[in-house]
Design a protein around this ligand. Structure first.
Ligand SMILES: [Zn+2]
Length: 387
């Protein structure tokens, strides 16, 4: 990865974020888009639509007369974390957790706290209570390292688990607070930049990036966007591509390449479009990609599928999914306790190549099985006499 590109990745990964508290990521995204001259606008729910300057331009692309599908790449800007609820004393804050979390070794762990201006202080978690289903934190108290200098209302504050730094490299591993899904956001920004550079050449297929909010509590931003009807009423074919970092599993090993994601915990994705992605991966990343259902969690592809959009996915195998130390490593205090997420730089590079590959004109979205059918017919011919 080029140093400038790596710097953009680091800047994104350094942004504090939590569900519905994505403002600092949004500010960094806007900065990067403006620097590279890529158009964007905000939908009414605060999701960022990348690659077009207005709702009008977005609708125009979705309703152009063309057989070439619009590629809609989706990633989310939030990550599990907490919101401040009320002050219990000048240094004790009651908090509510949003999204997944570790379930063990919670009390005494370090957290960061931020407002829309940035990180304001650090603190320690105590009195954590898990949800009824025991799958994540429900509420807790944060004891601040010191009282805040500026008077801040409790509800302005949000936070998450804190580690030695927001992001650091060890070999080819990138440790960070929230690889899920800020690496996906990065991949969309880089693809947008690439498309912007190529936009003068003719016949470039249409690119849209959708950067969403509140994914960790049920794809809230994505569903709000779908409900607004732009994508569902498109008269031109649309392919949604979910970019995620998802829990490493057997067959989805960190460092062995990006994963052609056949499905998530809830559903399988679109078979025809997956054939295109799978063939593409074989061609441009031979032996450097993986393929499987990533059922460690569900993702926005589920929402897209539920709203009738043809959807595929690319996943980065992720260590310590949702900061739960399944794989351990640096700054993981105890097994399954709070830990930084980690991804592999080679996997990110592979993902960027796949995204660029999907933007090529002339991929066989219309009849991806034609070659396969020919092969099977030939096979039938050679075995027919046994029938
Ligand atoms: Zn995610």
């Amino acid at each position: 990865m080029k140093p400038a590109q790596f710097k953009r990745l680091q800047q994104l990964l350094a942004c504090p974020t939590a569900p519905f508290k994505e403002s600092l990521v949004i500010a960094e995204v806007e900065q990067q888009l403006q620097t590279s001259g890529v158009d964007y606008f905000f939908d009414p729910h605060g999701n960022i639509v990348v690659g077009v300057a207005s709702a009008k331009a977005y609708k125009k692309i979705l309703n152009q007369r063309s057989k070439e599908p619009v590629r809609v790449f989706i990633a989310h800007m939030d990550h599990p974390g907490f919101h401040g609820v009320r002050w219990l004393s000048p240094t004790r804050l009651a908090i509510k957790w949003f999204g997944g979390s570790p379930k063990k070794h919670l009390n005494g762990s370090q957290v960061w706290l931020a407002t829309n201006e940035g990180v304001t202080c650090k603190g320690t978690l105590r009195k954590t209570k898990l949800r009824k289903d025991k799958r994540a934190i429900e509420t807790a108290e944060v004891v601040l390292d010191s009282a805040l200098e500026i008077k801040t209302s409790a509800t302005q504050l949000f936070g998450g688990f804190d580690f030695r730094r927001p992001v650091w490299k060890s070999g080819k591993r990138l440790y960070t607070r929230a690889a899920d899904d800020l690496v996906g956001v990065f991949a969309i920004l880089e693809t947008a930049k690439l498309m912007r550079a190529k936009s003068k050449s003719a016949k470039q297929p249409a690119f849209i990036g959708l950067l969403t909010r509140g994914e960790e509590v049920g794809f809230v931003g994505a569903v709000a966007h779908l409900e607004s009807g732009w994508l569902t009423s498109a008269t031109r074919p649309v392919i949604a591509i979910s970019l995620e970092a998802s829990r490493t599993l057997p067959g989805a090993i960190i460092g062995k390449g990006p994963v052609v994601r056949l499905g998530d915990w809830r559903t399988v994705f679109n078979a025809d479009s997956l054939k295109v992605l799978s063939d593409l991966a074989l061609k441009i990343l031979p032996k450097k990609h993986q393929k499987r259902v990533m059922d460690g969690g569900s993702c926005e592809a589920t929402a897209m599928t539920a709203w009738g959009i043809k959807t595929i996915g690319i996943s980065l195998p992720l260590g310590n999914y949702h900061n739960e130390g399944y794989e351990g490593g640096m700054d993981c205090v105890a097994p399954c306790g709070p830990a930084p997420e980690f991804v592999h730089l080679d996997d990110i590079e592979g993902e960027l190549k796949l995204c660029a590959g999907l933007m090529k004109a002339g991929l066989d979205w219309g009849d991806p099985w034609e070659v396969q059918r020919q092969r099977l017919r030939k096979n039938l011919k050679s075995f027919r006499r046994y029938l």
